[in-house]
Design a protein around this ligand. Structure first.
Ligand code: SAH
Length: 202
């Protein structure tokens, strides 16, 4: 898997090492186990998917994670991306709007011993104000627009990485320069599952 990521242009060695260290097959249904290290997304139930490894590597590289960064992830899904961030030394808050997915990810990450990850069942469109500000915020679902609360919950100097668009999403990297100023960069195109408002209970 790491060789494929390198071929596709991922050069951040810390990200590649973190992804090599985390058993992706733990985060997938048994039915897909033998393909767990292919560069492909897979269904995880509730019409959601675990992101393709390239997408995880791309978003994680953009975030420029440092040990002890406080990171908010919107869209826990399987928990794999949260595990990659934690393996890089970050303190991770991850929210998921599907109750079942949130509970499954929490159980798995606890079993795997990831003590630096807090899983919360929540609609991430309002962010997670009680633990703000964050050094980094990562959205792993395709949002029609950038939710204003996420920008507000960034620390000054902090960065939001979010795929924005309807059919196709462009990766936005938004840096908070001051209380009122943000720098916005629009990068490559991707396809994510949709960012939805409200929660889905069991
Ligand atoms: N990071 C995940 C990828 C999951 S796909 C992984 O590594 O497996 C994106 C997830 O975002 C889905 O599980 C979806 O339910 C969730 N999602 C979409 N909109 C959301 C919202 N407003 N708040 C929280 N989670 C959301």
């Amino acid at each position: 898997m790491v060789d494929t990521l390198r071929r596709r242009g991922i050069t951040n060695e810390a990200v590649l090492a973190a992804m090599a260290a985390i058993p992706r097959h733990f985060f997938l249904d048994k039915a897909f186990e033998e393909h767990a290290y292919d560069d492909k997304p897979f269904p995880i139930g509730n019409e959601q998917t675990i992101s393709q490894p390239f997408t995880v590597a791309y978003q994680t590289s953009l975030l420029d994670v440092h040990a002890r960064d406080r990171i908010l992830e919107i869209g826990t899904g399987s928990g794999y991306q949260a595990a990659v961030l934690a393996a890089l030394g970050a303190k991770v808050y991850t929210v998921e709007r599907h109750e079942v997915l949130s509970q499954q990810a929490k159980m798995l990450l606890d079993e795997m011993g990831f003590s630096g990850i807090r899983c919360l069942f929540r609609d991430g469109s309002k962010g997670l104000p009680e633990f703000a500000p964050y050094d980094k915020i990562l959205v792993t679902a395709g949002a029609p627009v950038v939710p204003e609360p996420l920008k507000q919950q960034l620390a000054i100097g902090g960065m939001l990485v979010i795929p924005v668009g309807e059919e196709v999403q462009y990766m936005y990297k938004i840096t908070r320069l001051s209380e009122t100023e943000y720098k916005e960069e629009v990068l490559d195109a991707f396809r994510f599952v949709p960012f939805l408002e409200g929660v889905q209970k069991k």
